[in-house]
Design a protein around this ligand. Structure first.
Ligand SMILES: Cc1ncc(C[n+]2csc(CCOP(=O)(O)OP(=O)(O)O)c2C)c(N)n1
Length: 656
């Protein structure tokens, strides 16, 4: 490693001669591979953009110009070039480098992002802002102004938000560059008609026969259009790279490329040509996802964001470090079983077949499993349409991405009384992906929908019973949430009783309890462990709450009527979660809400770390739950608890 350590900022990069850049690219690759194989993280997306990132920083000045990442999972090379090499050792941990762009880390990162489709719109916003502030780059009037660049993948650019961004980008009368990183992949195969279109677009031989092509292109571009007007402003060299019949032309965006995103000298030459162009433009770049690591190139899906792993080049074997059976696997088997039993059941994912387990479901039920690409809103509406025809749709979606489809869940599903079933993976704290991916508010948003039935699974057998309940429920929207975790065996010997609307399941009961812990989902297991810790001084009953809507009113009546303090526990925001539903029930039933204490995620952001450490940080591990219950009971004057244990606050993240 000789060059990378000398790059403290992009200024050092710019000082290097172009012929040293391929070696730098190799060092960046080695650094990323070395780290991600040890600790997990995004691998293939980052390896694919090493040269592209170097070229962008070489040509632009992103200390001043604007660079916006879409999704942001491809930002590691950018972070290594912008003064954060010392942070990569702690990749995806609290005080180390976040796995996504993070403005708290560096002013080179403009937005904390992790959801797809946003970069063009935020870039349009910054472009308009800079223009209004008199701070926009303009080759004629303000060549000290800021240029705007967004980097977006071929699977993300077809997301609805990105389409809205494109529609607006084409109206800008200023420099605005969209770099389309086309690697022919989403996490798995990209879906939809656009994927086939991108596939047909082959790399243009850069500058080869350019002048000839330029002439031909001049005749091709439709006269009078915004694109034609822009075209005439281009240099001859740029004209040669213009894509014929580009789809983006319809948005008023001139497109150049496709160009080879791994050919550093050509990328630099090309970017230098278009850098100062005064109209919105798309640069279509072809890259190889996982470039430079044979097994990641061959299997970019597995190595999109792998866990820690080892590779034996002799046998070509890759061993991924795994830790037990995941909820995702349990869900896949559970849903397949439900589909075996009922041929009306259909399943859908929005670009996450591997992440949600639908790849397995799809292998068993190919005709009834759908991947719509990164289109959560469309998925929700498509499922509404399917439900209308009498099918029983199950939408397997990460809790955090469900947020993209809330309006559809409201109008097209809930208002129609359609039974779309939401299977919310990665609910609660998600670990290394951090604040951009926690499933922190699904209950808050879905509980506002009249008649919604909201559940959580604590283990595999309860997940199966929840899926059975959902298959049989035909009146309204239902959901079940489960975390990014492995399934617990603690209650595996006891077969989970069937789900009955609004009924909790007792797990540990004493004749005369001192306190009752109502755990929602896997928090019921943490509550059970906390109850063990509290014994024998404190007798803590434990219930698997199962339903956040409707909550078990009878149980609340019994417990609170007998003066037993109730502690609700959930890895969901304290705002509007299960505990809030319990408080509302108390209010409705005239029960003593002062006896209720809510342990939940605080009203603050939780940054990247392991899920275990995050739960400790917010006081939701079993040791913290036990000590908070002790604290609560100690503070309680005999006859009624009138002091609440406040949710833990989260320390602001250490700034570098
Ligand atoms: C709204 C939303 N849905 C799903 C995801 C999960 N996700 C992360 S990266 C990714 C694929 C992105 O593909 P592309 O934009 O082509 O970039 P690549 O990974 O191929 O570089 C997906 C589906 C997400 N981040 N945001």
């Amino acid at each position: 490693m000789t060059i990378l350590p000398t790059i403290a900022s992009p200024a050092d990069l710019k000082a290097l001669p172009i012929d040293r850049l391929p070696d730098l690219a190799q060092e960046i690759r080695d650094t990323i591979i070395g780290k991600v194989t040890q600790s997990g993280g995004h691998l293939a997306p980052n390896l694919g953009v090493v040269e592209l990132t170097i070229a962008l920083h070489y040509v632009f000045d992103f200390g001043h110009d604007r660079l916006l990442f879409d999704v942001g999972h491809q930002c590691y090379p950018h972070k290594l070039l912008t003064g954060r090499q010392n942070m990569i050792a702690g990749l995806r941990t609290r005080d180390g480098m976040a796995g996504f762009p993070e403005p708290k880390e560096s002013s080179y990162d403009l937005f904390s992002v992790g959801h797809a489709g946003t970069a063009i719109s935020t870039a349009v916003g910054m472009a308009r802002g800079d223009s209004l502030n008199g701070d926009a780059f303009d080759p004629a009037k303000n060549n000290k102004g800021r240029r705007v660049v967004s980097l977006i993948g071929d699977a993300s650019i077809v997301n609805g938000v990105a389409m809205e961004g494109l529609n607006n980008a084409g109206t800008l009368n200023r420099q605005f560059l969209i770099v389309l990183n086309d690697n022919g992949m989403s996490i798995s195969k990209p879906q939809g008609a656009m994927a086939a279109y991108f596939d047909r677009m082959r790399i243009n031989p850069l500058y080869g026969g350019m002048k000839r092509r330029a002439k031909r292109m001049l005749n091709h571009v439709p006269g009078g259009s915004r694109v034609a007007e822009a075209y005439h402003r281009m240099t001859e060299a740029m004209k040669a790279g213009v894509a014929e019949h580009s789809w983006f032309e319809n948005f008023g965006l001139l497109t150049v490329g496709p160009v080879d995103g791994h050919d550093l000298p050509s990328m630099i030459e090309f970017l230098s040509e278009i850098r100062d162009f005064d109209r919105p433009m798309v640069l279509h770049v072809k890259t190889v996802k996982g470039k430079g690591l044979d097994y990641a190139e061959k299997d970019a899906t597995t190595f999109h964001s792998p866990a820690a792993h080892t590779y034996d080049p002799e046998s070509c074997r890759v061993e991924i470090v795994s830790k037990g059976r995941s909820f995702t696997s349990a869900f896949a088997d559970g849903l397949s079983r439900v589909m075996d039993a009922d041929d009306k059941v259909v399943a859908c994912t929005a670009a996450m077949p591997g992440g949600t387990g639908l790849d397995k479901v799809g292998a068993e039920h190919p005709e009834r499993t759908f991947d719509v690409g990164i289109c959560e809103s469309h998925a929700m509406d498509m499922m509404a349409g399917m439900a209308k025809t009498g099918l029983k749709p199950f939408f397997a979606v990460y809790s955090t991405f469900l947020q993209r489809a809330f309006d559809q869940a409201f109008q097209e599903v809930s208002l129609q009384g359609l039974p779309v079933r939401l299977c919310l993976d990665r609910a609660g704290l998600v670990g290394g992906d951090g604040a951009v991916h926690h499933g922190f508010c699904d209950i808050s948003i879905l509980s506002a929908l009249p008649d919604s039935v909201l559940m959580a699974a604590m283990d595999e057998s309860s997940l199966n019973r929840a899926l059975d309940f959902m298959a049989g429920w035909d009146r309204s929207l239902t959901s079940v949430r489960y975390p990014r975790d492995s399934v617990s065996e603690r209650f595996a010997a006891e077969d989970s009783p069937e789900f009955v609307l609004g009924k909790a399941r007792p797990l540990i009961t004493f004749d005369t309890p001192d306190v009752a812990l109502l755990g929602f989902g896997v928090m019921a297991l943490s509550a059970a462990d906390a109850s063990d810790r509290l014994k024998p001084e404190i007798r803590a009953n434990v219930y698997d709450a199962r339903f956040a809507k409707p909550v078990d009113e009878e149980l609340l009546g019994e417990l609170l009527g007998a003066g037993v303090p109730v502690v609700t526990i959930e890895d969901h925001s304290i705002k509007g979660g299960f505990g809030t539903q319990v408080l509302e029930a108390c209010n409705r039933l005239r029960l003593d809400a002062r006896l209720v204490t809510r342990l939940a995620l605080p009203d603050g952001w939780v940054y990247q770390n392991s899920r275990k450490q995050q739960l400790e940080e917010v006081g939701l591990d079993s040791a913290s739950i036990a000590s908070r219950v002790r604290e609560l009971l100690a503070a309680r004057p005999t006859g009624g608890a009138d002091r609440q244990v406040e949710p833990r606050s989260v320390e602001p993240r250490v700034q570098s």
